[in-house]
Design a protein around this ligand. Sequence first.
Ligand code: EPZ
Length: 428
Amino acid sequence: MDRILIRGGATLKGEIDISGAKNAALPLMCAGILTEGVLKLRNLPHLADIDTMAKLLQQLGVAISVEDGPMATSPQTGTFSTKAITDYTAPYELVRKMRASILVLGPLVARCGKAKVSLPGGCALGTRPVDLHIKGLQQLGAEIDLQDGYIHASAPNGLRGAEIFFPVVTVTGTENLLMAACLAKGETRLINAAREPEVTDLAECLVKMGAEISGIGTGTLVIQGKESLNGADHAIVADRIVAGTYAMAAAITHGEVELIGARVEHIQSVISYLEQVGVSVSKTEDGLFVKRSGADIRGVDITTEPYPGFPTDMQAQAMALMCLANGASVINETIFENRFMHVPELCRLGANITVNGTVATVRGVAELHGAPVMATDLRASVSLVLAGLAAKGETIVSRIYHLDRGYDHVEQKLAACGASIERLKAAA
Ligand code: EPZ
């Protein structure tokens, strides 16, 4: 398995292009199932998860073509065309690799009246149930049978609109049911729906495909179902979590970086946090400029929340920054029950962090020291890279297949801003 070697201490200075959002691209690719037309998605990031989703969709009968951009690191353009669904099974082998495979469930049932999707099972972050996806589909009239670790869904007479209340804000739950509702008969109301920008991006693309959706960007989405949808041409929204991650990289290395393509309005909570910590952030014509001005950064508490609150997907990255703060930071992870796997690895680098249930207390230290560490999940892996950039000496991050799921060309982008970072290819 590949590893990443970082020699810490460099100050980042330069520009970083922010790619299309992984968590928007994945549901948008599944939206291609809803139409016989051609769905063109621009700004597709080069990520392992995108490749995994493409493989799954092709198995279902979706014809996919991808054209590269002018440079190796440029985003791609993908076209997705589903003349007919030839298979309606999302197998365990694929779903266990990528939980977002569950996003084919709603579109399959809506398009062809049946689906057999493996239950994702738990993951490093916790149990991560999909009960709300299932319950919502049942409310839309689907028959659901859980057997042999699979969700067997059928709606031979099609889906019909319903009012669905989410007791817990669920991003992919909202997305699955939003897509299903677009082809249901009548009106569907999704109440307490997720408001993440990736959900909004999906809704805006569905409208381009002919869907009738109101309340986009709010917690109540109202969908008037249609007989069918058309193709469309859609540019995927920039990845706010990747933008926030590189902002933390500038902060932790006393650097200054312009994040090209970043959407300020999508990371207000992260911007406000960085300003409290003592990092200046300003909007530019092309995105966002982040500069660590003072020598010290302050310890600032964090509570993760659904959008527009502080994103759980930024928690590990902020924790890395807090390891070197002047003071303490109490981090309360309210979304997932086990999202602190990065803590013992950060402590190997000399961080002072204690965990009590879903609350971590970080006491800033003067410096971190490089060491071999192990990635455990996508955002934990990038928090170790951030810490390695600031640590004295060498840090080697193993199991970086986690990193490749959500960050394209991370070592090239950081090296271009002055970091000493390289990928150690696994022996063939
Ligand atoms: C999405 O996961 C993201 N993934 C995650 O990003 C992100 O961390 C998460 O939303 C929260 O923002 C994609 O969009 C592909 P949830 P999702 O359903 O939809 C509970 C990354 O790093 N819940 O919003 O799976 C659940 O247990 C990944 O890019 C139920 O109880 O998360 C959790 O506590 C990691 N029943 C809470 O809701 C359900 O049926 C939020 O989960 C569904 C969810």
